[in-house]
Design a protein around this ligand. Structure first.
Ligand code: DAH
Length: 347
């Protein structure tokens, strides 16, 4: 072996021994780099006589071509090995069972609200929705809570430090009762001049907010407002409608209902509605399920209607409470923690 063959063999061996592309490039520099051994040989040509220069030059170039070929071969081999490694790392085992996508389901409160809507819907009630950020006027003033009256603090309202376009203070609605006013005003405007005006019969479910939190109170909770206004709608009608609702909701006749005198600024007279099952795990316990009453004349005026001609009742149901009773849930907070282990039981 002459010196050039030895050099090419050494280079090939160096390249083969390089375990990574970076080390291979270092090895390349030792032969083909600026100060590499092949480069040194080419530089040394200058000192040779002309005839020798030709043959020696050709030999060196041949050896160089061999070294470059060996370099490329090793580069290709390293790249192929890397590709193989990646393919293996990302290998898919197509024989594994697939991962199932869980089917979604409705929250127990949503189910309860849908149930309430279906039952009242069957009794001819419309379903309405309204804003959760409400004006002070809608939340209180229109509902016969005088401005600055201490009764306003009966509800631990979340006030928002902001006014609407008409300069009315905003709050997170503490109840769905503003929807009585919004719906009735729209109804009165729609049927202005129509005599007799068609009755108002509506429920308005939705989220409500108060500064309150324990096992039976959550700062966000749900209410469902109900309103029936006509020319001759009385407390008797409230009783019929509500008892029928409870019967359908719990799918039983085996309960007692009690209208317990109470106070709300927007109704007169007012009553809390309690029910007691006669059998089952809750038998004999009075459970409060709604507030209700005959709509106060001042509220009828806020509807834009004449209390001499339009009369009726309103009620506010707690869907969270109804869901807890129906499903036997004892802690309200469970419903709003978002824990799928709890929630998926209802689907
Ligand atoms: N808005 C009342 C509350 O949040 C519930 C209520 C009571 C609504 C009586 C009514 C009603 O419509 O007539 O406590």
């Amino acid at each position: 072996m002459n010196d050039l063959e030895q050099l090419a063999a050494a280079a090939r061996a160096d390249f083969e021994a390089a375990p990574t592309p970076a080390e291979l490039e270092n090895a390349k520099a030792r032969y083909l780099g600026k100060a590499g051994r092949v480069t040194e040989l080419l530089k040394a040509l200058g000192a040779l006589p002309v005839e020798q220069k030709k043959t020696r030059g050709a030999e060196i170039n041949q050896a160089k071509a061999g070294i470059e070929a060996a370099l490329q071969a090793r580069r290709d081999a390293l790249a192929a090995a890397e590709l193989q490694r990646q393919l293996q790392a990302e290998a898919l085992d197509v024989t594994l069972p697939g991962r199932r996508r869980g089917t979604g389901g409705l929250h127990p409160v949503s189910r309860t609200i849908e149930r309430i809507e279906a039952i009242f819907g069957s009794m001819g009630f419309d379903v309405a929705e309204g804003p959760e950020i409400e004006t002070d006027w809608m939340s209180f003033t229109a509902l016969n809570n005088p401005e600055n009256h201490p009764a306003r603090s009966m509800q631990d309202t979340f006030y928002v430090d902001m006014k609407d376009g008409e300069g009315r203070w905003l709050n997170l609605r503490p109840h769905t009762s503003p929807m009585q006013v919004r719906y009735a005003r729209a109804h009165a405007a729609k049927y202005a001049g129509v005599d007799p005006m068609p009755e108002i019969r509506v429920i308005a479910p939705g989220r409500t907010y108060r500064v309150d939190s324990d096992a039976t109170h959550s700062p966000m909770f749900h209410q469902c407002e109900g309103l029936w206004i006509g020319e001759n709608v009385s407390f008797k009608d409230l009783k019929v409608v509500f008892i029928d609702f409870v019967r359908q909701f719990f799918e039983t006749d085996d309960f007692d209902v009690r209208f317990r005198p109470s106070f709300f600024p927007f109704t007169e007279p007012s009553a809390e509605i309690d029910i007691a099952f006669r059998s089952g795990p809750l038998a004999g316990r009075w459970l409060e399920v709604a507030g209700s009453g005959q709509v106060h004349p001042n509220v009828v005026r806020a509807y834009g209607l004449d209390p001499e001609h339009h009369i009726g009742f309103a009620f506010g149901i707690g869907p969270d409470r109804l869901a807890m009773l129906r499903y036997g849930i004892d802690d309200l907070r469970l419903m709003f923690d978002g824990d799928l282990r709890f929630l998926s039981q209802f689907n």
